[in-house]
Design a protein around this ligand. Structure first.
Ligand code: HEC
Ligand code: HEC
Length: 207
């Protein structure tokens, strides 16, 4: 085999490994049919009625799908959601993710009193304690990064964000590749968590 061919084959194999095993293709219309059970908490269009529950509307499709799988495998532990996904197939989860991702998130409003602290942490982090800016991964408008599975946090409910930051900080929720969110959340004080959550909840994205 000549060298160029060997190289081309090597490149192909590397590429094949880098692309994640393709998930079931989600069907939003089918997902809508299957979403009635979810509406009680997440609302019919994925905008939750209680601030401690997440909005699913407008969240990235693959992120939603991955989280549903994580509840099902037990990697992300939550008694309520474990019961919800127990009888869902892979196709059901892909369909539900496609449906909710296609809805529009209702944006919250940041609390003025903690706006400055929240904005500083969000945009600049705190180099004195090695805290990166949230913008680095979640973007200036909180949109996240769909291909990288960085969730959208702009417009998300502030009380839910605080609960998740606490769960990452304690290690109760796994924080993505390299435990990145665990490290980050562990560096935030309770006051900073509440401020940055409030700031993120008021971010509006035009994307
Ligand atoms: C009884 C209330 C309830 C019902 C019904 C419910 N959920 Fe949830 N859901 C929650 C709560 C509470 C959380 C946050 C749990 C946690 O802290 O991990 C959550 C989290 C999620 C998340 C993670 C969101 C994120 O941003 O990480 C997804 C995805 C989700 N639910 C999808 C669904 C789907 C799909 C259904 C219907 C099959 C459903 N849920 C039904 C209460 C509910
Ligand atoms: C290096 C990249 C990176 C940085 C910087 C970062 N995040 Fe994250 N964030 C992630 C990833 C990846 C996830 C998804 C982890 C998982 O699978 O649970 C995530 C998840 C979250 C979630 C959960 C959202 C949901 O819907 O459940 C919140 C809240 C969050 N981040 C807030 C923040 C805040 C606040 C900051 C700044 C203090 C921050 N993040 C900085 C990468 C990052």
């Amino acid at each position: 085999m000549n060298r160029r061919l060997v190289f081309a084959l090597f490149a192909l194999v590397t590429l094949a490994c880098a692309v994640p095993v393709s998930a079931a293709e989600g069907d939003a219309a089918a997902g809508k049919q299957k979403s009635t059970a979810c509406a009680a908490c997440h609302g019919p269009t994925g905008n939750a009625s209680n601030g401690e529950w997440p909005n699913l509307a407008g969240q990235h499709e693959d992120y939603l799908y991955q989280q549903l799988k994580a509840y099902k495998s037990g990697e992300r532990q939550n008694a309520i959601m474990a019961g919800q996904v127990a009888n869902l197939s892979d196709q059901d989860m892909a369909d539900l993710a496609a449906y909710f991702a296609g809805q529009t998130m209702e944006i919250g409003a940041a609390n003025e009193e903690v706006l400055e602290l929240g904005r500083n942490i969000y945009r600049a982090g705190d180099s004195t304690k090695g805290l990166p800016a949230c913008t680095a991964c979640h973007g200036p408008a909180g949109w996240g990064n769909a291909p990288a599975d960085y969730p959208r946090i702009g417009g998300q409910n502030a009380p839910y964000i605080v609960l998740q930051l606490q769960a990452y900080a304690s290690g109760e929720r796994p924080g993505g590749p390299g435990a990145m969110m665990n490290d980050i959340a562990a560096k935030l004080t309770e006051e900073e968590m509440r401020a940055v959550a409030s700031y993120a909840s008021g971010l509006y994205s035009k994307e």
